[in-house]
Design a protein around this ligand. Structure first.
Ligand SMILES: *[C@@H]1O[C@H](CO)[C@@H](O)[C@H](O)[C@H]1NC(C)=O
Ligand SMILES: *[C@@H]1O[C@H](CO)[C@@H](O)[C@H](O)[C@H]1NC(C)=O
Ligand SMILES: *[C@@H]1O[C@H](CO)[C@@H](O)[C@H](O)[C@H]1NC(C)=O
Length: 468
């Protein structure tokens, strides 16, 4: 475990150590109860996979059982010891977080006070537990990035366009010095640094349309790292993660069943009807960086300047937008819905001067409009199905966004007018509060989108226990 640099590290270490001790005692008494925003890790590794009908899964278990027998004699002893130590750290973190979930009103006490930022209020499912979990992540979590693979497909990604979060994350991870470790035996998770956007750009022929290029690339990569390093086989991929904002992100993982069913997949296309499993996969926010610039993207007008009730402009992609256009396209003075925005109207200005910004799914469930709305301090209206919004294990989406089902689209105006001014102001205040979690910083800053993604991965890693 690395030292962390804070102003008074000794005091914090001491506070942590005494809490570790307390929690160890509590654990031994079986004191813990279930918690809502975070699944209780079970003693059986990979227990969550039983939710799915994976044709090969029984054979994985078989493999695992066999390997469990063999591994003791085959693996170097120090590696087992290191793993045991890593798992012990995770077990302590798990116990502390569970303990924190029961103390919702304690943000003001203990060592958490000297932190730069204290999560508070209704935008969090449990602010105190999140705070604990986040600080433990900062102190404990170590990520190994496989060095195999060459740019432009590996270690590189787009930093412009609606897929930019994929490139931003890859680039932040390459240069990170806080979470990254170069010793694979010291890591809690292993990153597969490929970019699906780059595979599509460089390997996919739009005329031949042979999607097997994704298959070859991903299968080869997992083969390479699983032969060269012992870590993939050890967990059957469960402590490995990939990440993609491309519509085909989920598809790229399909060709390696262990990657699909066991690994942590961080995906913009977080469609639960397509095997996105929120217990092990994490929803990745889509951020449309039109120019690649990440500064001055935030800011909105005060309520008095927000004359438009609701706004949307975008192409006729997917089924939900068909319905939206059918009922609202250029039909209402207050609900302004455009397929093509007239030249004289500024898209950014509309976001900043509307009360609600509509975020219907397009070709895939995620929409970059959610983050656009949050940046413009416009209350997002999610119109989607089978979508898991980003960071919903810690954020209370109902406190800063409105959700409208596809069936309710005809009543959209009625629903939005039914939200009182007091309720609206509350929603908008909360949008401003959560904004920091969606902002990109270069280099990253605490609690920004990069750290929130890492936190999603951290929580999912806590759900798995790996044994040597
Ligand atoms: C936490 O504080 C709020 C407001 O002070 C109070 O309404 C709530 O009951 C408290 N919750 C617990 C579990 O103590
Ligand atoms: C991992 O398992 C595969 C398939 O069983 C095997 O071919 C490979 O050699 C193993 N890797 C290591 C590092 O032992
Ligand atoms: C989500 O997945 C289902 C099942 O494949 C599909 O029918 C639906 O269109 C997807 N949603 C979006 C918005 O693409």
């Amino acid at each position: 475990m690395k030292e962390f640099n804070r102003s008074s590290p000794n005091a914090v270490v001491f506070a942590m150590a005494s809490l570790f001790l307390v929690s160890a005692i509590l654990v031994s008494k079986g004191y813990y109860k279930g918690i809502s925003w975070f699944i209780i890790p079970t003693t059986t590794p990979l227990a969550w996979t039983s939710d799915h009908t994976s044709p090969d899964f029984s054979s994985y278990k078989e493999q695992r059982r066999k390997r469990d027998h063999e591994s003791i004699s085959n693996m170097p002893k120090h590696r087992d010891e290191k793993l045991a130590k890593l798992e012990a750290d995770l077990a302590t973190a798990r116990a502390l977080i569970r303990e924190a979930t029961k103390k919702v009103n304690q943000t003001k006490k203990s060592f958490l006070e000297d932190a730069d930022y204290v999560p508070q209020g209704e935008v969090y499912k449990n602010a105190y537990a999140f705070h604990w979990s986040y600080l433990l992540m900062e102190r404990v979590f170590r990520i190994f990035v496989y060095e195999e693979g060459e740019p432009p497909i590996f270690h590189n990604g787009p930093c412009k366009s609606i897929y930019s979060t994929e490139g931003m994350f890859l680039s932040f991870m390459e240069t990170d010095i806080h979470f990254r470790t170069w010793d694979p035996d010291e890591a809690h998770v292993y990153f597969l640094p490929f970019s699906v956007v780059m595979m599509v750009k460089y390997l996919f022929d739009p005329i031949i349309r042979d999607k097997a290029v994704l298959q070859r690339t991903v299968v080869d990569y997992v083969q390479t790292i699983s032969h060269k390093y012992p870590h993939w086989n050890r967990s059957l991929g469960a402590d490995h993660f990939m990440l993609s904002c491309h519509d085909w992100g989920p598809r790229a993982t399909w060709y390696v069943p262990q990657l699909y069913y066991n690994s942590i997949r961080v995906l913009c296309n977080a469609n639960t009807s397509e095997h996105f499993n929120p217990k092990k996969d994490a929803s990745f926010p889509e951020i449309n960086l039109k120019t690649g610039q990440i500064s001055s993207l935030t800011g909105g007008s005060p309520l008095s300047d927000r004359k438009t009730l609701a706004f949307f402009a975008g192409q006729r992609h997917g089924r939900i937008r068909q319905v939206l256009f059918h009922h609202w396209k250029e039909k209402d003075r207050d609900v302004k819905v455009y397929e093509t925005l007239p030249k004289e109207i500024s898209y950014e200005k509309m976001l900043r001067t509307s009360r609600f910004c509509l975020c219907p799914s397009g070709h895939e469930v995620a929409s970059p409009r959610v983050v656009e709305a949050i940046y413009a301090e416009c209350v997002p209206v999610l119109i989607s199905q089978q979508y898991v919004p980003p960071f919903s294990d810690v954020l209370n989406w109902e406190s800063f966004a409105v959700s409208v089902s596809v069936e309710e689209i005809p009543k959209l105006k009625e629903i939005l007018l039914g939200i009182s001014l007091v309720q609206y102001e509350n929603l908008r205040r909360n949008v401003k509060l959560v904004q920091r979690h969606f902002v990109l910083n270069d280099p990253p800053k605490g609690y920004d989108v990069f750290h929130m993604i890492l936190h999603s991965i951290w929580l999912r890693r806590l759900n798995v226990r790996i044994s040597a």
